[in-house]
Structures are given as structure tokens and as C-alpha cells.
Design a protein around this ligand. Structure first.
Ligand SMILES: NC(=O)c1ccc[n+]([C@@H]2O[C@H](COP(=O)([O-])OP(=O)(O)OC[C@H]3O[C@@H](n4cnc5c(N)ncnc54)[C@H](OP(=O)(O)O)[C@@H]3O)[C@@H](O)[C@H]2O)c1
Length: 288
């Protein structure tokens, strides 16, 4: 089976290409070989390469950059995604596309979010992801839109790669820097390798939108600071080192936690956020 991965020089696409290479014939064109904003170029690529499966990771993924470059981010995040979904539909390839838990940003709902909730995302990136979901499903009802959480890995795969939550926490602990985490933010965090593993069964999902990441089951109102304390407790490390930071972004209470029930009804599960990070941190603790 041929699997096309777009954005394979990026964080998620790179790991997907490396991990799925022994299971699929992976096609991983770089940006120069496949410009996703060029609809005709995308169609031509699909007609020639004829992938059976598509995992669309190419995007402008930096929330701040989207705000600074709204026109370019619209072309990449909405038009680009629609071009991929449409071209996949034309050749009958099953297509998974990356959306984000940021579609829930700005919601007043403080319970875990469900896919059928009415959302009006505040950040431009969240609005673009929501529009992309709708436009992709309009051109390809069989497309699967994955609402991803903030992801992390335990290791860097490309020199100079930007850090993430896990590696950031580990570095702060090694350097004995203050462990300050938000008192306002509540979210799930997902091990990127769990995302890649769950992509294989996700290719069998019916078209639609799915929360696709680890839930955070700490009681409602618990924040990132408490999540990090729980992670340290699970890794047998001292949780009292964590300080709550009221001055960090976001400045007001935000809940991005996702309800996994829809995905789990298809037999696809992610481990709980602090349980998974705690387990990985327990392994990494030896290097502290
Ligand atoms: N990372 C997270 O924690 C996270 C969380 C939620 C959702 N997501 C979503 O998951 C997906 C993957 O994220 P990521 O973190 O892996 O992103 P990333 O590291 O920023 O990688 C983005 C990729 O897209 C490519 N790209 C950008 N513009 C392109 C264009 N016009 N044509 C072709 N390729 C283009 C980039 O290649 P060049 O660098 O060569 O341009 C790069 O390979 C994105 O949709 C993102 O929004 C990510």
C-alpha cells in the first residue's frame, strides 16, 4: 500500500514517515516537490503517484505566525488542506488530515469537549482549522479530520528541532530552572508516537471529525500546574517543585481537554495525559 505523507520534514510527518516505513511504501515529497497551495500541482502529483492512503501534515502550525501572516496561513491551512482532500477523493485514496484542539479555544465549556459541540474558536489558527475541517468534508465526505492536542516526543530526531512540552520539562529539571506552569490552562498532551501508532486503525474510520489525543482526566478546573505535579508524582519525583504561574498565556481560564468517547467507540484509545507522561518521565528520570 502506498502512503503519501505531506509535511514529512516537520515534527509529526517526520515521525510518521520514520515509524510507518516498514508497513507502507511511504511517499514523502518535500515542500519543493509538492506545493500544497497549488491545486493543479497537487492534482497532478496525485494522478501520477496514485497513493492508496494519505496523511496530510503540511501546515503553518505556529499559532503566532498565522496571526502575523493571515493571508499566507489561510492559503496553506485552508486551501492547501482542501486541495489535498479533493485530490485524494478524485483518485479514491483514504485521507487523514490534521486539525487541532485549538478549535475549542474560546469555548466557555469547562467539561471535556465533544466533536458535536458548537464552537467559535478565538485564535485565527483555530478558526482556520475549523474552516479546513468543513471545506475538506465538503469536497471529500470520506475524509477523516483528526483534532490533535499539543504533542511531544522524548527525543529529537532532527538536529536543531524545536523543543516541546516533554523535552522542555526535562531540560528545566536538569538545569534546576523554576518549574512554572499555567494556572489558567487545562488541556491534554499526547505522545506523538501514540498518535502515529493510532493512525493505522484511523484509516478505517468513517469520514468525519474526531478528537484524536490523550484525555486529561484530572477534575474540572485542574490546570497545567496541577497536571505537571501529577506527572512528577507518577514518576516518583518531587511535585512541590512546581509553581503556578498566573501571568503566563493564556491570561484567562481556557479548557482544551477533549472527550475521547467517539474515537473509543471505534476501538481507538489514547492513554491518559499525566499517566503517559509520568511513565515516560520515570524512564527519562535516570538521565537527570
Ligand atoms: N505539533 C503539535 O503539537 C500540533 C498540535 C495540534 C495540531 N497540529 C497540526 O498537526 C500538523 C503537523 O504539525 P507539525 O507540528 O508536524 O508541523 P510542522 O513541524 O510545523 O511541519 C509543517 C510541515 O509543513 C510543510 N509545509 C508548510 N507549508 C507548506 C506548503 N505550502 N506546501 C507544502 N508543505 C508545506 C513544512 O515544510 P517546510 O518547512 O519545508 O515549509 C513542514 O514539513 C499540522 O496540521 C498542525 O497544525 C500540530
Amino acid at each position: 500500500m502506498k502512503l503519501l505523507i505531506t509535511g514529512a520534514s516537520g515534527f509529526l510527518g517526520g515521525r510518521a514517515a520514520a515509524m510507518l516505513g516498514d508497513r507502507f511504501e511511504v511517499l514523502a515529497p518535500g515542500h519543493a516537490q509538492l506545493e500544497i497551495t497549488d491545486r493543479e500541482a497537487v492534482r497532478r502529483y496525485f494522478q501520477e503517484a496514485r497513493p492508496d492512503l494519505v496523511f496530510h501534515c503540511a501546515a503553518m502550525s505556529d499559532v503566532g505566525q498565522c496571526e502575523r501572516e493571515p493571508e499566507r496561513s489561510r492559503r496553506i491551512n485552508i486551501d492547501g488542506a482542501r486541495n489535498i482532500a479533493g485530490a485524494a477523493s478524485e483518485i479514491g485514496a483514504k485521507c487523514l488530515l490534521c486539525s487541532s484542539d485549538q478549535v475549542y479555544a474560546g469555548s466557555a465549556v469547562m467539561e471535556a469537549h465533544r466533536e458535536d459541540e458548537t464552537v467559535e474558536p478565538a485564535p485565527l489558527y483555530g478558526r482556520e482549522k475549523l474552516s479546513a475541517e468543513r471545506e475538506c468534508l465538503a469536497v471529500n465526505p470520506d475524509a477523516v479530520l483528526l483534532r490533535l492536542t499539543w504533542m511531544y516526543d522524548t527525543k529529537t530526531i532532527v538536529p536543531g528541532e524545536k523543543s516541546d512540552f516533554f523535552r522542555g520539562l526535562l531540560t528545566r529539571m536538569k538545569e534546576e530552572a523554576p518549574l512554572r506552569y499555567s494556572l489558567h490552562d487545562r488541556r491534554g498532551l499526547t505522545y506523538v508516537r501514540d498518535v502515529v501508532r493510532n493512525l493505522v486503525p484511523a484509516f478505517d474510520l468513517p469520514g468525519g471529525v474526531y478528537n484524536f489525543g490523550s484525555p486529561n482526566t484530572l477534575p474540572v478546573g485542574r490546570t497545567m500546574a496541577e497536571t505537571v505535579r501529577e506527572i512528577l508524582r507518577r514518576a516518583d519525583l518531587d511535585p512541590s517543585a512546581v509553581e503556578g504561574d498566573a501571568g503566563s498565556t493564556p491570561s484567562a481560564e481556557r479548557n482544551l481537554c477533549m472527550d475521547p468517547a467517539k474515537l473509543e467507540s471505534y476501538g481507538i484509545r489514547f492513554p491518559e495525559t499525566s499517566e503517559r507522561i509520568g511513565e515516560l518521565m520515570a524512564g527519562a528520570r535516570l538521565s537527570l
